[in-house]
Design a protein around this ligand. Structure first.
Ligand SMILES: [Zn+2]
Length: 299
């Protein structure tokens, strides 16, 4: 068992890294670790994670009762408690708002495409927990549906959550999620990802066993039930190809929030004048290139 003084120092260090990397702003984010069978060490509420000291931490039991500490525990304590209840293998939880990953969470785009081998072998897929009011019991309920099968997830219109066998394992998963989000964003700006084919994903999954990577659930092809017992990864059948260009997604279906309000499909509302009448739209640069080519051929 790691000494308490070391765990306090580790929380201070991880808080500093989160803040330095701008994964949190102001007093955002929270960190906790298991201190014993029924004890958690947790960041206090309303402090900047970049400037904590070891004496600031709170000790609580697994029901959230404060055992020790001058300050009150994190406002997101309920979410942390839910993770520890459901995952006896988890010894640390990190919550932050890394901007690119949170951008995906705000856009409602999960990081579930088969793109990077390292991400597939470690985190698998990074789904989005449905929107919940921060600091209420809604948030642990949203997380509860996914945490059994995932070590990392986005929180709709909020941030990201990672867990691990120790604090640095949980923290590095937060780095991986933000890094993956950045790469995904750049690839989409450049025209879209090539996806790793299903057959290769199966091969990568076997590597988890070879390298002793502990994943909470296997990768599966089909969308899982609501209480997700596997990691759904979008990977097309390769038919001999190991990389397959991502096909354009059909317009996102309308979705409903918790209150049952139905929102229209964004693609349809964003381009109401788009009609299937054979019209071709070109950018200014594409049009200029066509004209230049035409002039050259006339000469
Ligand atoms: Zn938050």
């Amino acid at each position: 068992m790691t000494p308490e003084s070391t765990l306090r120092a580790d929380i201070v260090e991880v808080g500093r890294r989160l803040y330095t990397r701008a994964y949190t702003a102001s007093n955002d984010g929270n960190i906790s670790v298991r201190l014993g069978p029924d004890r958690l060490l947790m960041t206090p509420k309303s402090v900047c994670k970049g400037f904590m000291t070891p004496d600031m931490m709170c000790i609580t039991d697994l029901d959230g009762r404060k055992i020790q500490g001058d300050r009150d525990p994190s406002s997101e304590m309920l979410m942390h408690l839910e993770v520890y209840r459901q995952r006896p293998d988890v010894h640390a939880v990190v919550h932050a708002h890394p901007p690119i990953a949170t951008g995906f969470a705000v856009a409602g785009i999960p990081l579930t495409k088969a793109v990077l081998a390292e991400v597939l072998t470690t985190l698998g897929s990074i789904p989005i927990a449905e929107y919940a009011t921060p600091s209420t019991r809604e948030l642990p309920a949203a997380v509860a549906r996914l945490i059994k099968a995932h070590d990392g997830m986005l929180l709709a219109n909020h941030g990201a959550l990672t867990v691990g066998g120790d604090l640095f394992a949980a923290y590095y998963k937060m780095e991986t999620i933000e890094h993956f989000a950045k790469i995904s964003l750049v690839a989409r700006l450049l025209g879209g990802e090539n996806l790793i084919a299903r057959e290769e994903v199966d091969r990568l999954q076997e590597l988890r066993g070879t390298y002793g990577i502990k994943a909470p659930a296997p990768i599966c092809a089909e969308p899982a039930a609501e209480d997700a017992t596997c990691q759904v990864v979008e990977a097309p059948i390769g038919r001999g190809l190991r990389l397959v260009p991502d096909i354009l997604e059909p317009p996102a279906p309308a979705f409903r929030d918790r209150a049952g309000t139905t929102f229209p499909d964004r693609a349809a509302t964003a381009a109401p004048d788009r009609v299937d009448d054979g019209e071709i739209r070109l950018t200014y640069r594409e049009l200029s290139a066509l004209i230049e080519e035409a002039i050259r051929s006339v000469r």
